[in-house]
Design a protein around this ligand. Structure first.
Ligand SMILES: [Zn+2]
Length: 395
């Protein structure tokens, strides 16, 4: 079988498998479709990516949102077809499926799991790679942040790829130390919670200026882009996305960029329970919990933690977070692992109570503003209960 016949047969079989999967109600079919494609043609990813302008997006937090954001910016500003995964599939099978769907699209914006990024990078020869951030994830997911940083450090060695990073993150600066072309964006520096020591040489990093510097030279590179220090996590990701879009030819004026940054999607949803509107943050790992805690302004807070499937059964990551923002507030813990989070908070001197459900938690609180932070499946439960009154981006 010739190479092109093998590929086209694989793509037809993959499309059929995808449709079958959807027909049987087993999801969007991307993963099954991609598995069939790769089983019939193991080189399908590089063949389907050849000659296309590819951008890879990776990082601990905000991959799916940033990929969607970049796709929409490129569609608007470059006026070209853009391939992407609508479901956030970010491993090889999902990537094969999205490339097979519209092979004539010039652009492909591809979300990539951190550990698979080196493999996909080598298979696809992207023009641009966007590295959003690196922080500790849950232990069952990505592994230790230094391990990922070292893996990336050994990966990015080509001269013809531009890598866009938040240079305030020492792990990203180390990741691109061998890269030929880097766009460094700074947000005025902020201390990285996992970077007491240098990712390169393990010396104690000097953070005394609010920025980091190591005697080995890490941290000494000047930024190319200086952005506002006050931006939150999703907004910082949007700044990187805009730089990537510009590299792909999109002309984005300063006021258009500002508008895009201000419209950055956030993981905040309004739910209604016990007659209250509860502003709810979806957070899934220490960094997204830190960001959500940073935005808590109410005196009443519900925390809901499950440890099911995608949440991961291990809740030890709860100990990686500083909850001092909750001191003096009325906090109610719920979810299947409410005792885990309640105990963690009590160790930090926070007065907590527990409730058997989100609704019961809301009932115990006064008729004053309530904010909630919930883990992934706890959030899915809220959606399933149809309590949402403004699903998504309530800011
Ligand atoms: Zn060093």
């Amino acid at each position: 079988m010739t190479g092109s016949l093998r590929l086209s047969t694989a793509c037809i079989a993959g499309a059929l498998a995808g449709r079958l999967s959807i027909g049987l109600g087993r999801g969007r079919g991307e993963t099954l479709s991609g598995r069939v494609i790769l089983a019939l043609d193991p080189k399908a990813i590089s063949k389907l990516g050849a000659g296309r302008d590819i951008i890879l997006v990776s990082g601990t937090n905000g991959k799916t949102t940033s990929t969607k954001n970049l796709t929409s910016i490129l569609r608007d500003f470059a006026g070209e077809g853009v391939s992407t995964s609508e479901s956030g599939a970010n491993m090889p099978a999902g990537i094969a499926a999205l490339l097979a769907q519209k092979p004539r699209n010039r652009f492909a914006v591809i979300e990539c799991d951190e550990m698979y990024l080196p493999k996909i990078y080598r298979l696809l020869s992207p023009k641009v790679v966007v590295l959003l951030n690196l922080s500790r994830d849950q232990l069952h997911r990505t592994g230790e942040v230094r391990k990922v940083s070292r893996l990336w450090h050994e990966t990015f060695t080509k001269d013809d790829v531009t890598i866009v990073i938040d240079r305030d993150d020492p792990f990203l600066e180390y990741s691109v130390a061998n890269a030929g072309h880097v766009i460094r964006t700074t947000f005025g520096g902020r201390r990285h919670p996992d970077a007491a020591t240098c990712p390169s040489c393990a010396a104690i990093l000097d953070w005394s200026t609010g920025d980091y510097l190591c005697p080995c030279g890490l941290g000494s590179k000047l930024p190319d882009v200086r952005a506002d220090k006050r931006l939150n996590g999703p907004q910082r990701n949007t700044v990187l996305v805009i730089e990537a879009a510009r590299l792909m030819g999109a002309e984005i004026l300063a006021d258009e960029a500002e508008d895009l940054i201000n419209r950055s999607p956030d993981r905040i949803y309004d739910f209604s329970s016990a007659g209250q509107t509860i502003s709810t943050h979806l957070a899934k790992n220490p960094e997204s919990w830190r960001q959500a805690l940073g935005e808590v302004t109410s005196d009443q807070v519900i925390l809901s933690v499950n440890a099911r499937g995608i949440d991961g059964r291990d809740t030890s990551w709860l100990w990686d977070i500083d909850y001092s923002k909750l001191l003096g507030k009325k906090v109610v813990c719920t979810g299947e692992r409410r005792l885990d989070i309640a105990y963690r908070l009590s160790v930090q001197g926070i007065d907590v109570s527990v409730a058997s459900s989100f609704a019961e938690a809301a009932e115990t609180l006064a008729n004053e503003p309530i904010q909630a932070i919930v883990s992934y499946t706890a959030f899915q439960d809220l959606l399933a209960a149809d309590l949402g009154i403004n699903k998504g981006n309530s800011k």
